[in-house]
Design a protein around this ligand. Structure first.
Ligand code: FAD
Length: 94
């Protein structure tokens, strides 16, 4: 989980660097948004698994992290659409 979260951070830093340096960063920002929110979702699910019953019940924040992570996969362009954006760039279909 920690490795994937750091990889997500690096994808974000790359996209931010490209914007700061006036590069085209459509693919890179799509990859960063998609990967970071997918990793957050995986980590949230693992968190519930690790905490067992405490992960499931509402007294603890683990179950809320799943909802908070899942909305990241949906808003600001769903991850399905980010994949379309990435594929178009890779195939040079704009
Ligand atoms: C709480 C919330 C906050 C939001 N905030 C923002 C925001 O701040 N900014 C913003 O831009 N948008 C925001 N959105 C919209 C979000 O980014 C999605 O665009 C929107 O929810 C999808 O449109 P729809 O609900 O009409 O579903 P549909 O467009 O019908 O999509 C339904 C499902 O089909 C998938 N899908 C659709 N077309 C394709 C395709 N061509 N290929 C593969 N899969 C496809 C979608 O990914 C989705 O999973 C928000 C959505 C929610 C729920």
């Amino acid at each position: 989980m920690a490795t994937q979260l750091e990889a997500a951070e690096l994808l974000f830093l790359r996209a931010a660097w490209m914007e700061d340096n006036h590069r085209v960063y459509e693919k890179e920002s799509a990859m960063a948004k998609m990967y970071a929110s997918d990793v957050a979702m995986k980590a949230a699910i693992e968190g519930v698994q690790i905490f067992g019953g405490y992960g499931f019940c509402k007294e603890y924040p683990a179950e809320r992290h799943i909802r908070d992570a899942m909305i990241g996969q949906i808003y600001e362009g769903t991850n399905e659409i980010q994949r379309v954006v990435i594929a178009r760039q890779l195939l040079s279909l704009r």
